[in-house]
Design a protein. Structure first.
Ligand SMILES: [Zn+2]
Length: 377
């Protein structure tokens, strides 16, 4: 294999910091009657020693995940974010916006139109260039950021929203690593990437989404007088505490891969031995790596329920577990529903009261891992 060149700065010096081995493409949900085996690809995170960007090492070309229903948590966060950025004066009525969206959905354009912002012509400059989880999907990070920066009109602002690497490290979210997500940003690395295109961060807002999400506002050097504000300085300090540039800080993630997988397998086996049926909820990409690492099959987990009609009739990649519609919850009255997307917990408990009414309980899959790790510690 050729030596890896950093997706942002092209540097060749770096460390493999997280290795999940060979994994199926989590975006490719085969039909439930497709016997497999599904193709697998190495899934590894590499940390650039030069610019500090954590990134996907190998680059298999994989098809996109069918767009699911947008979680209410994501919709609420978008409204919150637009209100906060607006309150800071960065979304004036009459300004022009261009959005780089995520292939998984979640556009802010409707909210921005509601505030009186107009939409830029395709490829044209805009006062506000907004990227909400879009940039991470670009294999060539340097080029993708340069393209966005070039489209910021004089005096304009670049808004970048990302799931913070410090969160991934601190909350041990190893299954945030997935094919198709090429970069895992720290504010530190993003500051270096922005500097390479003549931009600097000015301010930021933090959200609880995914355990810790940052929306960063950057402007062209010399365009706005102010340097980075207190929020940026505290994010950089938090990065330093988490060790986002230190390969050693990632060792906990690698340990958790085994710990979390074992905790899940043990818990499912225990439930089965006790005669209690457990069903999964949330056929999300992040569930794929966990189920594969834990070697879970339909004997342990008979189905994963998902509200998205696009996923009906499919199965979880790398396993024989079918994806089922929400009607299954009423049909089977499971003793436990294992939620693979913690951000969905409040929403699904509200949406399916019949689970608890029938004596079932909702279980956060992330809590299984942390409980077992606390016991280990
Ligand atoms: Zn780099």
């Amino acid at each position: 294999m050729d030596k890896h060149a950093c997706r942002a700065c092209r540097g060749s010096s770096g460390h493999l910091v997280l290795d999940l081995g060979e994994q199926p493409a989590c975006d490719y949900f085969p039909r439930s009657d497709d016997p497999g085996p599904d193709p697998v690809y190495p899934l590894q995170m590499w940390l650039c020693s030069s610019c500090g960007l954590a990134q996907l090492l190998a680059d298999p070309t994989v098809p996109e995940e069918p767009r699911g229903t947008e979680p209410a948590a994501l919709v609420a966060q978008a409204a919150d974010a637009v209100a906060r950025v607006g309150a800071a004066g960065l979304l004036p009525g009459g300004a022009v916006v261009a959005e780089y969206g995520s292939p998984h959905g979640g556009s802010w354009l409707g909210l921005l139109a509601g505030r009186g912002l107009g939409t830029a012509v395709p490829g044209g400059q805009a006062d506000v260039i907004l990227d909400c989880f879009g940039l991470m999907h670009a294999a060539d990070q340097g080029r993708a950021l340069a393209e966005r920066a070039a489209r910021v009109a004089p005096g304009g602002v670049l808004l970048l929203q990302y799931h913070a690497l410090s969160t991934i490290i601190a909350c041990r979210q190893w299954n945030a690593l997935r094919h198709g997500h090429y970069a895992y940003y720290s504010t530190t690395a993003l500051t270096a990437m922005l500097a390479a295109v003549g931009f600097a961060p000015r301010t930021a807002w933090q959200f609880d989404l995914y355990g810790g999400t940052v929306l960063l506002a950057a402007a062209r050097d010399g365009d706005r007088g102010d340097g980075p504000d207190e929020t940026i300085r505290s994010l950089l300090a938090a990065d330093a505490r988490a060790g986002v540039r230190d390969p050693g800080a990632f060792s906990g993630l690698q340990r958790d891969v085994r710990g979390h997988a074992k905790a899940l397998h043990d818990w499912l086996a225990q439930e089965r031995a006790a005669g209690r049926e457990a069903i999964g909820y949330g056929a999300a990409s992040r569930a794929v790596a966990l189920l594969c690492q834990a070697h879970v099959d339909r004997g342990l987990l008979p189905a994963v329920v998902d509200a998205s009609p696009a996923k009906q009739g499919l199965r979880m990649p790398g396993t024989d577990i079918p994806v089922a519609g929400p009607a299954l919850l009423a049909e089977r009255q499971p003793a436990a529903v294992l939620v693979f997307v913690p951000d969905l917990m409040a929403e699904v408990r509200d949406a399916y009261p019949q689970v608890e009414a029938a004596g079932g309980r909702w279980v956060d899959v992330a809590a299984l891992g942390s409980a077992s790790l606390q016991q280990d510690a």
